[in-house]
Design a protein around this ligand. Sequence first.
Ligand SMILES: [Zn+2]
Length: 313
Amino acid sequence: MKTYHDIATDGGSDVAGQVRAQEARLHSRLADVGHIVAVMSGKGGVGKSAVTVLLATALARSGIRTGIVDADINGASIVEMTGVGRKPDRTSKGVIPAVSAEGVQIMSIDLFLDRGTPVEWNAVTQKSAFTWRAMVEVAAIREMLADTLWGPLDILFVDLPPGTDRLPNLLDLVPELSVAIVVTIPSRASRYVVEKSILLARPHLGDAPIGIVENMSEFVCNSCGEVHEMFPGSEGVDFEQDAHLTILGRIPFDPELSKRIDSGKNYLGSGTSKSSGGVGVFSAEAAIQSIAENLNRLLASRTIPAPTMEEVR
Ligand SMILES: [Zn+2]
């Protein structure tokens, strides 16, 4: 078996050539994709994958062609959340992505595994396990992007794994990122990690704007019926640190949303979204809809070149 040790000397297998060929295939595969949107988070457990599924679904419901690459190899959850079938069809040209009931195209390592099977990386030695794992992970994602027969797509979401260590590698895989979405919750710890990951990701984002989605911002109290903050007294993200930051929206916590997405059922348009609260309208569904519209607006602004000073005058 070839290992990464062979790459330094090549071992006669022309690894560099293979990677170049795969990169060329990746670029031609993604030629029919209008926008690539990366979804990241600092910490795990903030609902990053759920937000990805909900946004892709909201946009698909309004006629925009969306797809998701589940790049969270070890924590793949998109297949479970969308309830799509496993074992995708292969043709000589590539793998056909699964399609959700709402029309979202999905590619995940989970599609190829029996349900509940974890991904095991075999390293040569325990000492090399970390480097090996990171490398195999990046290779697996590159392969998933390059070998999938994406139809024409308006937006392809890349659901990145949580954490900051391997983010730069993964972002470098994606040609021409349009927008990076950062999902956070209004806790001090989450804000701290999110700010670190933004700093780390910035050099790899080019001039792509970062859209912040604050998840689980508030909830309707069962006893008084009023809207309460999930993390009272917490602060939002510090916008001073990056001129490209923009708030896409806040999603209130709705137990019904968690229940449905956890069992692979669609939440949007299911009629289960709660509208309540003394202060304004409280609805996770309305919030997701508005975030999807804001994202669309942000993407539209990316395709129109900025006016020159002469035009402004
Ligand atoms: Zn209360």
